[in-house]
Design a protein around this ligand. Sequence first.
Ligand code: AMP
Ligand code: ZN
Length: 139
Amino acid sequence: MTNTDCIFCKIIAGEIPSFKLYEDDRTYAMMDINPFHDGHCLVLTKAHCVNILDADAADLAAVLPTAQKISRAVEAALEPEGINLIQANGPAAGQTVYHYHTHIFPRRLNDGALLNWGHAPGDMGRIEDVYKKIMAALD
Ligand code: AMP
Ligand code: ZN
């Protein structure tokens, strides 16, 4: 099921470009275009749902193996000092796109990341370089 007004549904449908890392029947993984650190990625459910509250359980179950796959590639490509999986539900939680997604959020020691970290535009060339590194590390 898709939502015609949803930016992530448009990305999954190929109507808006993305740095796609991986997809399977239920999930879609791509680079976040406002990264906090290099390697900040998102895993989406392919089916449109707002967040964890209305997601299909089988879709949610499919997200974690994809998050593991992407996390392993990020680890291999970029060697962060840690990785958080972050998933926001509702405005106070920092949700800004209302289509389910889990952040693969690489960390550096003492990087001062706050949960609601704000969005600063990324450098597309740099994102593409990092994208290629992670793609090369995906198995
Ligand atoms: P959240 O604030 O948890 O809802 O996260 C939404 C994320 O989607 C933010 O980190 C945005 O940078 C990211 N985002 C928004 N639009 C796009 C897009 N077109 N392609 C990739 N990432 C996006
Ligand atoms: Zn959607």
